[in-house]
Design a protein around this ligand. Structure first.
Ligand code: PLP
Length: 259
């Protein structure tokens, strides 16, 4: 049988039953980039388009068995990590990353829901710092996440540089949470800001914008797109999905990822 050349992205993300964020965002964005998503659920969440009310982590043993089954069978070109939820989940994914060091990891360090509920339990922040960031090729924190993972006392630029120093090869710091008129995203590597990306600020709130960005980046990196170009294309795509986002519930809008 002739092997397909469709790039495969292995995703570790939470399940959001609104379909706005989490694994559904990954599947849709990755599919729209003509790649194939292999989805592994890290946590089940209870939520609507307003906020998350509860989550339950999936057993680390199931996650390990699922990942091994996929990695032994499919040729995976990138790994995308979203919501981890607990330090135990970070530990098992660390085990998987250690055995697959040649596959680039795109990590969206999800720490809380758009509505404010925390999505991180136990010693997750420490586990992210020590176990996941050192294996990360492209990290996509927003400004609060960058501070949370480093220190509130740093400027957001210094926080991004510190994340590079912790081991993230590239850090794309997303600027939505700043008070600036336009939204400015910054790409850092080896402590240097390589590129800035400026967009007109959109007025609405969205459910799954970070997931859309990180998973489209994962697809582009799976297709071996150069990192600065991958950021530009993933940000442009995400911006379009937000401009076309739909009010499918009564809270945040849901990005329209099938373009
Ligand atoms: N992943 C899951 C499962 C979630 O429930 C959420 C937010 O509720 C996120 C990720 C982060 O969503 P966003 O992309 O809006 O930051």
């Amino acid at each position: 049988m002739k092997e397909s050349n469709t790039p495969i992205v292995l995703c570790f993300s939470g399940l959001d039953p609104t379909g706005g964020a989490g694994i559904q965002a990954d599947i849709e964005a990755i599919g729209n980039h003509k790649c194939h998503a292999a989805p592994i659920i890290t946590a089940n969440t209870v939520q609507n388009t307003h906020n998350v009310s509860y989550f339950e982590a999936i057993s680390p043993d199931i996650i390990l068995q699922q990942a091994e089954a996929i990695l032994n069978d499919m040729s995976v070109s990138a790994i995308k990590i979203g919501m981890l939820g607990t330090s135990e989940t970070a530990e098992v994914i660390h085990k998987i990353l250690k055995k697959n060091k040649n596959i680039p990891v795109i990590f969206d360090p999800v720490l809380s829901a758009g509505g404010g509920t925390t999505l991180s339990r136990n010693d997750l922040i420490d586990a992210i710092r020590t176990l996941i960031i050192p294996h990360t090729y492209m990290l996509t924190p927003n400004i609060p996440e960058a501070h949370h993972l480093t220190s509130d006392k740093l400027t957001s630029q210094n926080a991004a540089q510190k994340l590079n120093a912790m081991g993230a090869r590239y850090t794309l710091l997303t600027g939505t949470h700043s008070k600036s008129k336009n939204v400015v995203h910054e790409l850092y590597s080896e402590l240097v800001c390589l590129e800035t990306f400026k967009y007109q600020r959109l007025e609405s709130e969205y459910h799954g914008s970070g997931c859309t960005l990180a998973s489209s980046l994962a697809a582009l990196i799976a297709k071996q797109t150069e990192p600065t170009i991958a950021c530009q294309q993933a940000l442009d795509y995400t911006y379009t999905t937000l401009k076309k986002a739909q009010p499918l519930g009564h809270g945040q809008l849901i990005p329209k990822r099938y373009l």
